[in-house]
Design a protein around this ligand. Structure first.
Ligand code: SAM
Length: 591
């Protein structure tokens, strides 16, 4: 390089007698040069926002920031109408708390449920690689459930479909579940969960997230950050063709993000709109007989079946009618429409044999016979429109019917979820499909539907925390099972919850005072509680009514510490039963 004066002048700086190579300048030159070999511009062949010469997109430091981004939000609640004033666990200040929070948890209340009802669980089925191959419904907070599932399912989940709380701005919104998040808390809530979800996915796994206009854009940026080496597509689903009245627009659609590793061929063709058949006659743009040379010939039908194909008719001849009866009893069917216009078949004479098994004969109401074909599957379009995606007809109403008037907030159309699932796992009959915002369990129902259609053995994992939703979910899925299938139901074992139950059961002030003694020792108290101050005011406490004493003690408990860590399963304090200890061992004891 030094031998060329031009290069020497441009890329070397002289410092006293030493020449210093300007590496940055050279790299930037070479990288533009690659794209623009004959140009003298110093800019790259790319449009983008930049600071100086560097594109923002290439700077790893450019990210979406928001308050509390570095925190963990447990996002737990037990009742739909219970809005929780949650604290954030700060990663920089309280890493121990976070480690504890995200440690695997103890499960309890295991059952195997089949169509007939509930049975005791004796163990988990595993495949030859040691992976649990049971359907699972887990009751509990999804952050902790995901952290617990990680131990068994890291890198094993083929598809994650989630439909998280949408976080609408409207204060009168009808969303009543865990939805009191503003944008920052919502983003933290999602980031925490997506980071865990990423670890569960297989290398060829796909993540699908349903979302509406309130968080769609921010979620897109969050996905870019959490799933850096992934591609992201966002489709539109018209789930409410009647429209939800906004001030200015009537909203009819929501979105689904599809996320998977760059370069994967992850999305398969689907039966678009579930229209399974179509006329073999071409009604499209160029659909006249004169538009193609070899597409006007008779399909020969005998006894209701296609028995062959006739020769292409010279252009100066025409058949007498659409269905021409031959002497041997066979019928020639011609591509002529109801108005008598001569059209063409979709396939030319010399290629039609190759799709013969897709063609069939159908008699129309007017007695005429026509040729139909089984519709090909096609690449999913980016706008999903049609009656099957209507969330009211194929979501709430279905759940309502199955569960006798009960439902959950905003179930999806089962076909919207079915098509999402189908596009990813249609060829993978052993796939594990996870949904950790299960609601009424549409994802599990769609998985069972697909299995029953193609004899697949795909398994679902569903996580839901609300009592009333879990009831609906369990019952809906039990009814959707066939004679052979079943699922395992299990709950995250609660800890502070046990204290709440003890407090509720207590009858006297003396009992409550004793419970306080125990709580100080082993319960997780709210960060607002200072036990010393309470002990210094025992008289005030004793003066309260029993009801108020109970209320006060419950308020002292930290609602973020409701669960038992696996590492403490043997601790007598938690009173985990022998049977549960065994089943936890079986669940966590892979390979
Ligand atoms: C929009 S709904 C999902 C509806 C579902 N796709 C269906 O078709 O029925 C979201 C669900 O996530 C649950 N959820 C919200 N936050 C949760 C959390 N932190 N842990 C577990 N479940 C949660 C809610 O209780 C609600 O049932």
């Amino acid at each position: 390089m030094l031998s060329d004066d031009y290069i020497k002048k441009h890329f070397f700086i002289k410092l006293k007698k030493t020449l210093i190579f300007d590496k940055e300048k050279f790299i930037s030159f070479v990288s533009s040069k690659q794209f623009l070999p004959d140009s003298y511009t110093s800019f790259k062949n790319k449009i983008g926002l930049a600071i100086g010469d560097e594109y923002l997109g290439e700077k790893k430091e450019v990210v979406l920031n928001w308050p509390y981004k570095d925190c963990v939000l447990e996002g737990g609640m037990t009742k739909e109408d219970q809005k929780r004033d949650e604290i954030f666990y700060n990663e920089t200040l309280a890493p121990d708390d976070i480690n504890r929070l995200l440690d695997p948890k103890v499960f309890t209340n295991f059952k195997r449920i089949d169509k007939k009802g509930e049975h005791e669980l004796d163990g988990f089925k595993r495949d030859e690689k040691g992976t649990i191959k049971d359907n699972l419904i887990i009751k509990g907070n999804n952050l902790l459930a995901l952290a617990s599932l990680k131990k068994e399912f890291a890198g094993k989940v083929k598809l994650i479909y989630i439909d998280p709380p949408y976080n609408p701005e409207n204060p009168k919104n009808s969303f009543t579940y865990n939805n009191a998040f503003n944008h920052s808390t919502w983003l933290t809530f999602m980031k925490n969960r997506l980071e865990l979800a990423r670890e569960l996915l297989r290398d060829d796994g796909v993540l699908q997230i349903a979302i509406d206009e309130n968080e769609q854009a921010r979620l897109g940026v969050l996905i870019d950050e959490v799933f850096r080496d992934h591609e992201k597509h966002c489709i539109v689903v018209v789930h409410n063709p009647r429209g939800v009245q906004g001030t200015n627009f009537s909203y009819t659609n929501e979105y689904v993000f599809f996320v998977f590793r760059k370069g994967l061929k992850a999305i398969h063709k689907i039966k678009r709109d579930k229209i399974l058949e179509e006329e073999f006659k071409d009604h499209g743009g160029e659909s006249l007989r004169t538009d193609a040379k070899n597409c006007f010939y008779p399909v020969i039908v005998k006894g209701g079946k296609i028995v062959g194909f006739g020769a292409v008719l010279p252009s100066n001849q025409s058949p007498k009618s659409k269905n021409v009866k031959r002497k041997d009893g066979a019928i020639e069917v011609w591509p002529i429409d109801a108005e008598g216009i001569e059209r063409k078949w979709v396939f030319a004479r010399h290629t039609v044999e190759s799709i013969r098994d897709k063609l069939f004969v159908k008699q129309k109401n007017n007695g005429e016979i026509d040729i139909f074909r089984i519709k090909d599957e096609k690449k999913p379009r980016t706008v999903w429109y049609g009656a099957r995606y209507d969330a009211s007809t194929h979501g709430s109403k279905i759940v309502n019917k199955v569960i006798d008037g009960k439902t959950v907030s905003f179930p999806k159309s089962i076909y919207a979820v079915y098509d999402c699932i189908y596009s990813v796992v249609k060829d993978d009959k052993e796939a594990i499909i996870l949904d950790f915002f299960a609601g009424s369990g549409t994802t599990a129902a769609a998985t069972l539907m697909l299995n029953s259609e193609d004899g697949g053995n795909r398994k679902f994992i569903q996580v839901e925390q609300l009592d009333e939703h879990v009831d609906v979910l369990k019952e809906r899925i039990r009814k959707a099972l066939n004679g052979q299938s079943n699922f395992i139901y299990m709950e995250l074992a609660k800890w502070n919850e046990e204290w709440i139950e003890k407090i509720k059961k207590a009858k006297t002030g003396k009992e409550l005072a004793k419970l306080w003694g125990g709580m100080k020792e082993t319960a997780f108290l709210s960060y607002k509680v200072d036990p010393k101050t309470i002990d210094a005011n025992t008289k005030d406490f004793a003066d309260l009514s029993i009801v108020d004493q109970k209320k006060f003690l419950i308020e002292c408990l930290d609602k973020n510490q409701l669960y038992v860590n696996l590492s403490e399963i043997e601790d007598k304090e938690y009173g985990v039963s022998k049977e549960d200890m065994e089943l936890n061992k079986k669940f966590y004891g892979s390979k």
